[in-house]
Design a protein around this ligand. Structure first.
Ligand code: KG4
Ligand code: ZN
Length: 367
């Protein structure tokens, strides 16, 4: 049984998976998946406060693991492998999950996989039915609160970042524009809800770096929305004129458009087997529909996780761990050291892997 732990930001998440080395990933073997969200704790601050997040992980994680064992009728003695997020993320938060994972792996003398959170998002569809999983080579758009990147994946665990953001991430743009429009935290879901009753053509907002194939930019859009609000007499003026929904819809359209043009261009030049939309912003319905259409037009398979696996969760980390083991059945139970195989610690091996705030996909060197 694999125990997967994710604590890179503001969700504490635990998944137990009855895995078998070399076996096909099978969602019916997910024994339990739990998420404790800290959204309400950070709401008063309008964003994640790292110290509050880390302290809350400390209080929540042991309870969540205990609950996972109770709900699945298992105990810590059933754990034969541990996987945890090592980075990138908030260092204090990562340390909590990784520390717990090390303690369990060390005391039970079982292997530990210390994994990359971004790579986890790229595995978020692996527990879906076969025809919904991405096929390699694939192009992936990873859009979350911290990252916006277009990634080419020619082979298993080989990543080339084709485009990333110069300033704000797509999720950050949703969150900041929502805040300018007086919508509640977290902004992404609130803004897209508001947008459903607005007209996306009512305001003409800038689509950042439309012609540039390697960089996204969303800060200009944020400034344009702030200027428009000021011109309309501030938030009060916008509300009085009943234009909040129209501005939300127009902003959403501009963000989606900026993502769409780059995806369409990259699909055309790469001609991959699949396209994967993943990360928290992949929960956005307009984005899902528009990108599904781009893929249909170009005859490329479109994969997107169900909502629960778009935002941060431990099941995507379990999927990554199980995929690594499936590709390397001999890894399990071997005595390979972290130095030889970064991110992997064999049973009983001294625990020498640390949490990392920064860990680009291209620096992943794995098996
Ligand atoms: O992947 P995630 O849970 O955390 C990070 O790793 O960053 O992504 C969170 C981001 C937030 O910025 C949130 O506003 C955004 O995803 N988000 C959405 C929607 N649901 C979540 N953005 C737009 N539309 C949504 N429906
Ligand atoms: Zn994430």
């Amino acid at each position: 049984m694999l125990l997967a732990i994710e604590t890179s930001c503001d969700e504490t998440a635990v998944t137990l998976y009855a895995s078998e080395a070399a076996a096909r990933l099978d969602s019916s073997k997910i024994l339990v998946e739990l998420i404790s969200s800290q959204v309400d704790l950070h709401k008063p601050y309008g964003g994640v406060v790292p110290e509050i997040a880390a302290r809350n992980h400390i209080a929540t994680l042991p309870m969540l693991i205990t609950k996972a064992f109770l709900q699945s009728g298992t105990t810590v003695k059933d754990v034969s492998m541990v996987a945890a997020t090592r980075g990138p993320g908030l260092k204090g938060c990562l340390l909590v999950g990784l520390g717990m994972a090390k303690a369990i792996a060390f005391s039970r003398k079982v292997p530990l996989l210390a994994l990359n959170h971004l790579e986890g998002h790229l595995f978020a569809c692996e527990f879906m039915e076969g025809h919904l999983r991405p096929k390699l080579p694939m192009l992936a758009l990873l859009v979350s609160g911290g990252h916006t990147m277009l990634v080419s994946v020619p082979k298993f665990r080989e990543y080339k970042v084709l485009a990333s953001t110069r300033d704000d991430a797509a999720g950050e743009a949703f969150d900041k524009i929502a805040s300018i429009l007086g919508l509640p935290y977290p902004g992404g879901p609130a803004l897209s809800r508001e947008a459903t009753s607005g007209n996306a053509n009512s305001f003409s907002l800038p689509v950042g770096l439309r012609e540039n194939n390697t960089s996204f930019s969303f800060s200009g859009l944020k400034t344009a929305v702030a200027r428009t609000v000021a011109k309309l007499g501030g938030l009060e003026g916008v509300r009085e004129k009943g234009l909040v929904a129209d501005l939300a819809a127009s902003s959403e359209r501009a963000i989606v458009e900026a993502l769409k043009v780059k995806v369409a261009a990259a699909l055309k030049s790469l001609r991959p087997q699949s396209f994967l939309l993943t990360g928290g912003v992949a929960a956005n319905l307009v984005l899902r529909e528009e990108l599904a259409q781009v893929c249909a037009d170009q005859d490329v398979r479109f994969s997107v996780p169900p909502f629960k696996w778009c935002t941060d969760n431990a099941t995507m980390m379990a999927a990554l761990a199980a995929s690594i083991i499936k590709h390397n059945p001999n890894l399990y139970g071997s005595e390979w050291r972290a130095a030889e195989h970064p991110g992997y610690l064999g049973p009983g091996v001294a625990i020498e892997v640390g949490a990392v705030a920064r860990w680009p996909l291209e620096e992943i060197s794995g098996v």
